[in-house]
Write a new protein. Sequence first.
Length: 279
Amino acid sequence: MSRIYWYQGRFLADNEVRISPEDRGYYFGDGVYEVFRVYGGRLFEAEAHLARLRRSAAGVRLPLPHADEEWLRNLNELVRLNSLQEGTVYLQITRGTAPRNHLFPPQAEPVVMAYCTDVKRPLSAMEAGYAAITLPDTRWLHCDYKTLNLLANVLAKQAAADRGAADAILHRDGTVTESSASNVMIVKDGRLVTHPANHLILHGVTRAVVLRLAAQTEIPAEERPFALEELFAADEVLLTGTTIEVMPVISVDGKPIGSGRPGPITRRLQREFEDLISS
Ligand code: PLP
């Protein structure tokens, strides 16, 4: 069955969607996006994603064409039309279509496109854990905006795959920021540590959920920068993200983390997360 897109306010079959070659997303990566998780046919943490969308759009001076209720109504309809029970919704807004020129086009209307993907939860990877590598974080200084400019992330993820790893953990001058597509947390002596939500990382929706679950289960958590040395000396390392949920990291650059198996705090957070999404 072909998938139904939401494109410029209409629900269309994939062969009816026409993206212009002059779309600024195509030329400049000039746009913002969100990826929502769908569990049991419902958008998970939709308000948090929409709040971040507003923040990203304001950060790159892109006027959003819809209010939160309209995003919600249409994305819910998209999920319904695609009969999606478990998967993701990808939503992208570019600054519009205009002849190539760096300056904002005065007349262009934002181009909005969304679609669903029937992607399952990565249960076996969540059980086994990831191997990761480390790489310098070569991105710009507004990693808090979820923009289409993902080339540095793409290169990092590919470098990880080229070395047989699932992801790349990034660092700026030895300070761990996040991974190519998720937030990074370490556990040391029972305490969870993660980079502060500033301009150097994406303010992950899953990160916030996991910090909330940690607070509820009385796992002490600190938001502070930590060094690569702390990453390697951690008892546990975990990644958080919309599609990977709470993902254990069992080795970094070929060195085992802790016992080399997913640790007890990671397992506890996975159970709490599971309870939350099935409630
Ligand atoms: N950091 C980066 C660079 C990401 O691309 C993502 C998600 O795509 C995350 C963190 C995790 O954010 P979220 O939990 O909202 O998916």
